[in-house]
Design a protein around this ligand. Structure first.
Ligand SMILES: *Cc1c(COP(=O)(O)O)cnc(C)c1O
Length: 376
């Protein structure tokens, strides 16, 4: 059996090695490291793939979120609603901009932000909602957009984990996650579904004015050379990363299908175990691109299982072990424990299994047999 790994970036590289090596050599040869033609070409490729008017590449997914919020003109004291159960970056940038993070509970089937909880959290100070398409599954965008419209709120999609996922809107349109709200963001961190070989990120929008504003913000607030109209940041995707992403983008659908196939094989083997809840796909299969394959262990033995997997050399991850509302940096006296029932439960139950494009049936059989034997 091939060695088990949480992600297998080396295996994926082997298949595209000649293309990547050649483009690296060319970029180094003509020293177009920053803002080279590769970056612009990748931007166009991604706009076409996503069916969105504007892609603005930047340095990482955390910057992308921050810049999106700056671009929308959110001001200190504005309240921004987001999920209690997500990676810290989502709430970190809200706090960093001196906006007020308002954390709300998630759904137990999809792990995504709960609509009723959003409604309950809206106040006159609320300015935006940040749904996260967690673990690769599209959040309930129709319902979120309806609430946002009613209360005149911006919707910023954190699409770091779901690039390539489809969303079937009630209007009949099939849209890519990240292109549905006012603005969407993603990360090209190496282990993400579309990852580069360093840091990278991007912002998506169909709004021409917002795209213009954001293009200035990523470049020190410059709209004309050496004229700084607004306070900006320095956030760039470099040419080497763009070359990796250009090589991988045409394969993204194939990569996501490999993840979906692995998820299906896992679920077939685990779904009849009474101590396990396998991930639920709420729409058609292409609405979930399985950035993570996350189980709920319902008999209170999640930590014991984790110990056992460690002994058997099966990699795993606990995403996420602590709700954001309970993190030192983000606790707030206004939070009420009883508003976070689902997240408080999930952090005790979740465990994520190896998930990448190179997993084979032999590996999955070994992992699921190890789990089923232990959790009889
Ligand atoms: C990875 C991730 C980010 C941050 O991306 P970086 O490129 O690491 O800055 C933000 N939000 C979510 C949900 C993520 O998973």
């Amino acid at each position: 059996m091939k060695k088990l790994q949480m992600v297998d970036l080396k295996g994926q590289y082997q298949a595209i090695k000649s293309q990547i090596d050649a483009s690296f050599e060319e970029i180094i040869d003509n020293t177009s490291f920053i803002n080279g033609p590769e970056v612009h070409a990748f931007q166009k490729d991604l706009e076409n793939y996503l069916g969105v008017k504007h892609v603005i590449p930047c340095a990482n997914g955390t910057d992308a979120l921050q810049i999106a919020m700056m671009g929308l003109g959110l001001q200190p004291g504005d309240e921004v609603i987001t999920a209690d159960f997500t990676f810290a970056a989502t709430v970190e940038v809200i706090a960093l901009l001196q906006l007020t993070p308002v954390l709300v509970d998630v759904d137990e089937d999809s792990f995504n932000i709960n609509i009723e909880a959003i409604k309950k959290a809206i106040t006159p100070k609320t300015k935006a909602i940040v749904p996260v398409h967690l673990f690769g599954q599209a959040a309930h965008m129709d319902e979120i957009l309806a609430v946002a419209k009613e209360h005149k709120l911006f919707v910023i999609e954190d699409n770091a984990q779901a690039i390539g996922a489809n969303y079937y809107s009630k209007s009949g349109k099939v849209l890519k996650t990240g292109t549905i709200g006012d603005v969407g963001t993603t990360s090209f961190f190496p282990s993400k579904n579309l990852g580069c070989y360093g840091d990278g990120g991007a912002i998506f929008t169909n709004d021409d004015n917002l795209a213009y504003t954001i293009r200035g913000i990523v470049n020190h607030g410059m709209y004309e050379r050496y004229h700084h109209d607004v306070v900006g940041v320095n956030s760039r995707l470099d040419s080497l990363q763009a070359a990796v992403l250009r090589a991988k983008l045409p394969k993204l659908d194939t990569y996501n299908k490999a993840r979906q196939k692995a998820a299906k094989t896992y679920s077939e083997a685990l779904k009849n175990n009474p101590n396990i809840i396998t991930p639920e796909i709420l729409g058609s299969e292409d609405t979930h691109v399985f950035h993570q394959y996350t189980l709920r262990i319902t008999n209170g033995r999640r930590d014991a299982l984790a110990e056992h997997l460690k002994e058997k050399n099966v990699p795993f991850g606990i995403y996420y072990p602590i709700p954001l509302h309970a993190q030192k940096a983000y606790t707030d006296e206004r939070f009420n424990e009883s508003d976070f029932k689902v997240t408080n439960q999930l952090v005790k139950e979740v465990i994520s299994l190896p998930m990448h494009t190179e997993l084979d049936d032999e590996q999955i059989d070994f992992i699921t047999a190890t789990i089923n034997t232990f959790l009889k």
